[in-house]
Design a protein around this ligand. Structure first.
Ligand code: GLP
Length: 240
């Protein structure tokens, strides 16, 4: 895992947005894996601004969300579907037929997970996977204890994640389960960018960088990936 440290979160978002644009310019129908969360806000904002300025089209880009809550209403503004629509899809010329997220309201949720994996395989795998890291080291919503070869599945959210993410919810309470790409699914991506900004992530980044690969720190699995960058601002990197 190559570590890159930038002076500020703005520089991180500029760098990551540029990487995404280069990927889309390289191959107009690239397959992107998309994370959500606070870290990604600035990155998507920068991506939209730069893509519009440089007139880069996303009409053939395929995308797969990394996770989604279970049990939210279809129109819920707290869903990751809504997040990606708001921050990305409706800002650029994505063709909605090419954008994918787990349909967690369906009854046969295990079938949904299986079909998601099949669809990723059918398009030839993920070219560029964006990832944030949770305060407890989760990637996607693979919580501590997740098997390092896990696949897309339903997971119970940890108390750390519920506490951290419930502040983002309004008008409904945070579900305690979600569907996430597995760690095994993520590791099959051709390139991964693991991104952390802000001092609140500095302790988990210290554990990630200094520790071994272990299921108690799911993001550590990315150390076994051949093409993964850990992209930090100075605050997130302050303990390494
Ligand atoms: C959230 C998301 C993850 C995200 C991570 C970091 O729970 N489900 O996909 O990468 O945790 O979130 P944040 O950027 O808000 O700290």
């Amino acid at each position: 895992m190559e570590i890159k440290v930038f002076d500020s979160a703005v520089e991180v978002s500029q760098y990551v947005a540029q990487m995404i644009l280069e990927e889309v310019k390289r191959r107009s129908d690239s397959v992107l894996g998309l994370a959500t969360g606070r870290t990604m806000d600035a990155i998507y904002h920068q991506l939209v601004w730069t893509a519009q300025k440089n007139k880069v089209s996303f009409k053939d880009v395929r995308s797969f969300a990394v996770d989604e809550y279970v049990g939210l209403k279809a129109e819920s503004e707290n869903s990751y579907q809504h997040y990606l629509n708001f921050h990305l899809y409706q800002q650029l010329d994505f063709n909605r037929k090419n954008t994918h997220i787990m349909k967690t309201s369906m009854n046969r949720i295990d079938d949904t997970c299986f079909q998601y994996e099949e669809l990723i395989k059918k398009v030839g795998g993920i070219d560029l996977q964006l990832l944030g890291i949770g305060m407890n080291g989760h990637v996607g919503l693979n919580e501590p204890g997740s098997s390092l070869d896990s696949r897309t599945r339903v997971v119970a959210l940890s108390s750390t994640t519920l506490k951290s993410n419930k502040t983002l919810f309004y008008e409904e309470s945070i579900p305690n389960t979600a569907v996430t790409m597995g760690i095994g699914t993520i590791l099959e991506s051709k390139k991964c960018l693991l991104i952390a900004t802000g001092e609140t992530k500095s302790k988990i980044i210290q554990r990630l960088v200094n520790g071994d690969v272990c299921s108690q720190l799911p993001a550590s699995a990315l150390k076994t990936h051949k093409n993964c960058e850990l992209i930090l601002d100075r605050d997130a990197a302050k303990l390494i």
